[in-house]
Design a protein around this ligand. Structure first.
Ligand SMILES: Nc1ncnc2c1ncn2[C@@H]1O[C@H](COP(=O)(O)OP(=O)(O)OP(=O)(O)O)[C@@H](O)[C@H]1O
Ligand SMILES: [Mg+2]
Length: 279
């Protein structure tokens, strides 16, 4: 493996019919870094991570993950990556323990490693005592925790987390944030997160990319991004870069309506005056 970047894309593009979900994306993410991909709904974040995990195919461009080509070496990519999807599917008729053991077996982990890791992860996410309940009876947040356990079970080198804290209560979200920090700093993992939580991104990410309509609009450390647009914090920078700070513009239709209402009233007044004169 000669690739010096954990994740590298060149001109990566994905179209769904007329929709260009990812547009000529160029990323170079070094090993051991935590990268946060931010962007509005529909910007192309999930599509990007799905392509990088060889779940869906690209339309054009190239990408490698852990030095493996995502098309030619997709099995290697899947072997070295942990992936928490945005909308994970769970086998509802399995218990959490059965499901995690099954995932461990898919990665061909030795039985004793699987048992030890499942115990550790269940304890970490506070699922002990419920591990033998069927997943169909789990709450959304509990399911999210099981999916996080599944993403981590083979101790992946590179971890993709699409909205890792969605549905989690504040305590569980804190565990996930601490875990990401430990994985990156102590275990030297590369973590790629898609999130809308700007404070978490600022806290956890070494590098942030902001994507809008499939195109990378800004990239750098949180500090660099903030300074690049003269913003006061990452939220302010994000709103400026994504164009979402034009709330007044977005609500201009209200003024237009008000104006047209005023105009109508004015017009009526003029008409009345004219009628009076004519009389
Ligand atoms: N399977 C699909 N078929 C058609 N269009 C798709 C498909 N998947 C994604 N898209 C489109 O691609 C664009 C990017 O979607 P994507 O899910 O990557 O956005 P996102 O940045 O993850 O958004 P969110 O923040 O809402 O999760 C959207 O316009 C979406 O409608
Ligand atoms: Mg998404």
């Amino acid at each position: 493996m000669t690739e010096s970047y954990a994740i590298r894309t060149t001109g990566l593009t994905k179209s769904f019919g007329n929709i260009r979900a990812v547009n000529k994306l160029n990323l170079e993410i070094p090993y051991g870094k935590t990268y946060g991909l931010l962007g509005p709904n529909g910007a192309g974040k999930t599509t990007t991570v799905r392509i990088l995990n060889a779940i869906i195919s690209k339309t054009s461009g190239n990408a490698s993950v852990g030095g493996f080509d995502i098309v030619l070496q997709s099995n290697d990519v899947k072997r070295i990556c942990g992936f928490l999807p945005e909308s994970p599917g769970l086998y509802s008729k399995l218990t959490a323990r059965e499901f995690l053991e099954f995932i461990g077996e898919l990665y061909s982990l030795p039985k004793e490693v699987i048992l030890a890791r499942v115990d550790e992860l269940l304890e970490l996410f506070d699922l002990e005592g419920r591990e033998n309940d069927l997943l169909e009876g789990y709450s959304r947040g509990m399911k999210q925790k099981v999916c996080l356990c599944a993403a981590l079970i083979q101790d992946p080198k590179i971890i993709f987390l699409d909205e890792p804290t969605s549905n989690l209560d504040p305590a569980a979200a804190r565990i996930v944030k601490d875990l990401i920090s430990i994985l990156a700093k102590k275990a030297d993992k590369t973590v790629f997160i898609c999130t809308h939580l700007l404070d978490a991104a600022e806290e956890l990410c070494d590098i942030i990319g902001i994507i809008v309509d499939g195109e990378l609009k800004a990239e750098g450390t949180p500090k660099e991004i903030i300074e690049s647009v003269g913003a006061k914090d990452l939220e302010d920078a994000y709103l400026k870069i994504t164009g979402a700070s034009h709330i007044d513009d977005l609500l201009a239709w209200r003024d237009e309506n008000l104006n047209s209402h005023e105009n109508k009233k004015g017009k009526k007044r003029k008409q009345k005056n004219l009628i009076k004169k004519l009389r």
